[in-house]
Design a protein around this ligand. Structure first.
Ligand code: PLP
Length: 417
């Protein structure tokens, strides 16, 4: 349920009232500073409560005539509507699944059925492997795979580099909305328009973007879009938006007797996890409460909420970027862009004379949850030549992090580097 709250002018507490925000996340009642949020965010209280309520009150199978089953079905469908609202689509365009990885694997095999040998797909070397591997694997079935490489200077994707990869046989371009390692945001609308003009579909990985900015799949003009809800303050579920007509046309991976018309059910073999799906409403409830508390209106306005989140995150990340840029041993692996439209508060770096695996344990002692590795963006880290350094150290902030936590991190880095 939406939380009734007083609204305060911004000036009383800065951009976000962090006492309010952090109070909505039970897991933040700890002395650990959670800075591995691109790996997964804490779930908000509203999500936890709805999940619990579902398991306690309506733990029954959907699709029966009895009242409890009807109630359970409505709760799951409300979750799907919430997921749809989160990305700006209709509910029947949302497929829920165990993870984004699994949803892309399913999509690739479903779409392959309508493609011919010699048809082409474009993948990047910037993405998380979830949106590369399933497409690349189609090579074994006669699909031609082309690689769209990020530019070293900007660590992002450029339209000019896509152009020569497109042909009349390109069936799909798979690319990320935002890097989960370097935080750079890709201009999806422009790139999707270019792919569309070439007659290709687009599959965009929004997993690293969705926790930080408003997603609007219509404005982006994409065909398929992924988000992982456990990184958006929710439960361990993946979401795939698919344009309605594409979902209808695609061959069902479900049992033979499940109708081709039953969208999105035909893409959810074995059903969705009911309690997790039902809890998705809690993400919107939380954002509604956040908006109401900050004077952004009693009605949920996702654009306004995420604009406020963005503003806070930008302030949060700035001192860290400055510190890294000024420290003689730290090498920031990121575009030069400060924040705003070009990056989210996910910052990766290496340290001269140190393997990336050596730093996080030193921060553990200070209760700073930071991580090293390639974060499944294996090709990115490999092509940056950093695999033999144990990858990068990644600090990924969320809007519930406080300036004091970032200060603690900077103090710690100052001490140990
Ligand atoms: C950018 C990005 N894409 C995809 C994934 C995979 O998400 P899931 O765990 O839901 O499969 C991740 C997970 O870390 C990610 O960061």
């Amino acid at each position: 349920m939406p939380t009734a709250s007083r609204s305060f002018p911004v000036s009383l507490f800065g951009v976000l009232d962090l006492d309010f925000v952090r109070g909505e996340f039970p897991a933040l009642e700890t002395d650990w500073a959670l800075m591995d949020n691109a790996g997964g965010t804490a779930p908000c209280r509203q999500v936890i409560e709805l999940m619990r309520a579902h398991m306690e009150r309506v733990p029954v199978q959907l699709g029966a005539s009895y009242g409890l089953s009807v109630e359970a079905r409505e709760a799951v469908e409300a979750g799907r509507r919430a997921a749809a609202r989160l990305v700006g689509s209709e509910a029947d365009e949302i497929v829920l699944g165990a993870s984004s990885t699994v949803l892309v694997q399913q999509l690739a095999s479903v779409l392959r059925a309508s493609w011919d040998t010699g048809d082409e797909v474009v993948v990047t070397n910037l993405d998380h492997e979830a949106n590369i591997g399933p497409w690349r694997r189609l090579e074994e079935t006669g699909i031609v795979v082309r690689e769209w490489r990020f530019r070293d200077e900007t660590l992002t994707l450029h339209e000019d580099d896509l152009e020569p990869l497109l042909s009349e046989r390109t069936r799909l371009v798979a690319f990320t909305h935002c890097s989960n390692v370097v935080g750079s945001i890709v201009d999806v609308a422009a790139l999707a328009a270019r792919a569309r003009a070439a007659g290709a579909l687009t599959c965009v990985d929004g997993v690293a973007f969705a926790p930080h900015r408003r997603v609007d799949v219509r404005a982006l003009g994409v065909d398929f879009y992924l988000a992982s809800l456990y990184k958006v303050f929710g439960p361990h579920l993946g979401l795939m938006f698919g344009r309605r007509e594409l979902l209808r046309e695609a061959k069902s991976p479900n049992h033979f007797f499940v109708s081709e018309e039953s969208v999105p059910t035909k893409f959810e073999p074995g059903n969705v996890n009911y309690e997790l799906a039902a809890s998705l409403v809690g993400i919107l409830d939380y954002l509604q409460a956040l908006g109401a508390h900050h004077g952004l209106g009693e009605e949920l306005d996702l654009g306004a909420c995420f604009a406020r989140i963005d503003e806070h995150e930008e302030e949060l990340v700035r001192p860290l970027l400055l510190f890294l840029d000024e420290h003689p041993r730290a090498r920031r692996i990121a575009s030069a862009a400060p924040a705003g439209t070009e990056r989210v508060p996910t910052v990766s770096f290496t340290v001269d004379g140190m393997r990336s695996s050596e730093l996080p344990p030193l921060l553990d002692e200070r209760r700073l949850a930071v991580r090293y590795g390639h974060f499944y963006a294996y090709r990115l880290v490999r092509d940056l030549g950093l695999l033999d350094r144990d990858g990068v150290v990644r600090v990924s902030l969320a809007h519930y992090n406080s300036p004091r936590e970032v200060e603690r991190l900077i103090e710690a880095l100052d001490e140990v580097l």
